[in-house]
Design a protein around this ligand. Structure first.
Ligand SMILES: NC(=O)C1=CN([C@@H]2O[C@H](COP(=O)(O)OP(=O)(O)OC[C@H]3O[C@@H](n4cnc5c(N)ncnc54)[C@H](O)[C@@H]3O)[C@@H](O)[C@H]2O)C=CC1
Ligand SMILES: O=C(O)C(=O)[C@H](O)COP(=O)(O)O
Length: 390
């Protein structure tokens, strides 16, 4: 079999090599001509997969090693009986790491504790739910907005914690968007954060978008920031990637090129999930296991030998593992050298290795044990020193 793989998919040889001949291409160079003689196509979110790409080709299976599927015409694949798999949840932990690293940076600048603020999570699926759980460990109040879930769970008495988006906007100090991009149906998310809703944000609100760019009206956010400058914003996903609105880029506090989910762990998990689905599709045993191939992180553990203010201890662990400033500064450096549209793709292509918080163990000695909840709450592994060793 012939397998065409986006070159930004790690471990493709290890997982797909046994099935046939692999060709690698940059995602934006995966054209109808390139796929014509291929049997299997493995993409990421920048390749539009539809009739224009696949009609007349031999492709019988498409995998996207991503959570989002808005770049794939699923109806077309169904009609043509082409097998399909995505990688639900693969990089959800990484997106949460990104959000927490960003919130910590802003909290650091404004000198306050997250525990004193309420966070509104819009879209409480794999990402939003993990964010909620980690924030709950830190005693942060969360408001949840997820109408599809609210409807589905309405009959369950133990649920019912959902609010509508306008109530969330009114009450939350920090708003995190984690919705998929959908353009149809009762809960379509295109411009869910509309001009009207952006105008309604309370002065001082922090707005985070790590879902999809077009869930938020980018022009309206630019106007609000230009005219009032009274929000703080973290934008990882943009309308019209990679040719994003540079004026908006210049106004947001943390601007990154769609890398929230870009840990090596998240990407490798994406490859493994799609590999498992591919093997099921062909009725073959999935013998390869990520655990056998995954490289060790280069930083395994940090030892805290005494008590420190929780915010400082957390900031230390976060910075050691993944500091969002690395990507802000790196992206800006690329923008100056290559221009925005080139910088956007190139930074992602050449993305420096990043590992999830969960790969870092924090050893707490002596009275540093008091920091356990905060550090575990942020997603790190914690080991408490035994009495004899402390
Ligand atoms: N920035 C990045 O690097 C990444 C971005 N993403 C994006 O994040 C999105 C969410 O990821 P997951 O949580 O894994 O997806 P998921 O499918 O597990 O959860 C999405 C949630 O959004 C809810 N939802 C749908 N319409 C809504 C609406 N109108 N208002 C509020 N909630 C709504 C759904 O009911 C669901 O619970 C993905 O679809 C993808 O587009 C995912 C990974 C990385
Ligand atoms: O998984 C998703 O959904 C994402 O947004 C990906 O992390 C984005 O990565 P690319 O597919 O654009 O490389």
């Amino acid at each position: 079999m012939r397998i065409l793989v986006d070159r930004n998919i790690p471990l493709a040889d290890e997982f797909f090599g046994e099935l046939g001949e692999i060709t690698r291409l940059p995602g934006r160079e995966i054209t109808a001509e390139a796929v014509r003689d291929q049997d299997i196509l493995m993409v990421r979110s920048i390749t539009r997969v539809d009739a224009a790409l696949l009609e007349g080709s031999r492709v019988r299976f498409v995998g996207t090693c991503t959570i989002g599927t808005d770049h794939v015409d699923l109806d077309y694949l169904r009609e043509r009986r082409i097998g399909f798999a995505s990688a639900p949840g693969c990089n959800a932990e990484s997106v949460v790491d990104y959000v927490l690293s960003s919130l910590l940076m802003l909290a650091d600048e404004e000198d306050f504790l997250l525990a004193n603020r309420s966070v509104g999570i819009v879209g409480v699926g794999n990402v939003g739910e993990r964010l909620r759980r980690r924030l709950a460990e830190l005693d942060v109040d969360c408001l949840l907005c997820d109408p599809p879930r609210a409807e589905a769970e309405a009959a369950d008495d133990t649920q019912g914690d959902f609010v509508d988006l306008d109530t969330l906007i009114e009450r939350a100090d920090i708003i995190c968007l984690h919705t998929p991009l959908t353009r149809e149906g009762p809960h379509a998310t295109h411009h869910l954060m509309s001009a009207q809703r952006i105008a309604a944000l309370k002065p001082g609100t922090w707005l985070v978008n790590a879902g999809r760019g077009a869930c938020l009206d980018n022009a309206a956010l630019r106007q609000r920031l230009e005219s009032r400058g009274d929000l703080r914003s973290v934008i990882d996903v943009w309308e019209n990637e990679p040719a994003i609105d540079e004026a908006l880029y210049g106004l947001v506090d943390i601007a990154t090129p769609h890398i929230a989910g870009y840990s090596l762990d998240g990407k490798m998990r994406g490859t493994e999930l799609v590999y498992q689905a591919l093997m099921r599709h062909y009725g073959l045993p999935a013998r390869r296991k990520l655990g056998q191939i995954k490289p060790d992180p280069w930083l395994r553990k940090i030892v805290l030998t005494g008590w420190a203010p929780p915010l400082e201890a957390l900031a230390l662990c976060v910075r050691a593992c993944y500091d969002v400033r690395r990507d802000m500064v790196g992206f800006e450096r690329y923008r100056r050298r290559f221009g925005m549209a080139n910088a956007f793709d190139r930074y992602r292509d050449e993305y420096p290795v990043r590992r999830e918080f969960s790969t870092l163990r924090v050893d707490l000695k002596k009275n540093a044990g008091d920091l356990r909840d905060a550090i575990e709450g942020y997603g790190f592994k914690v080991k408490l020193a035994s009495k004899s060793s402390s």
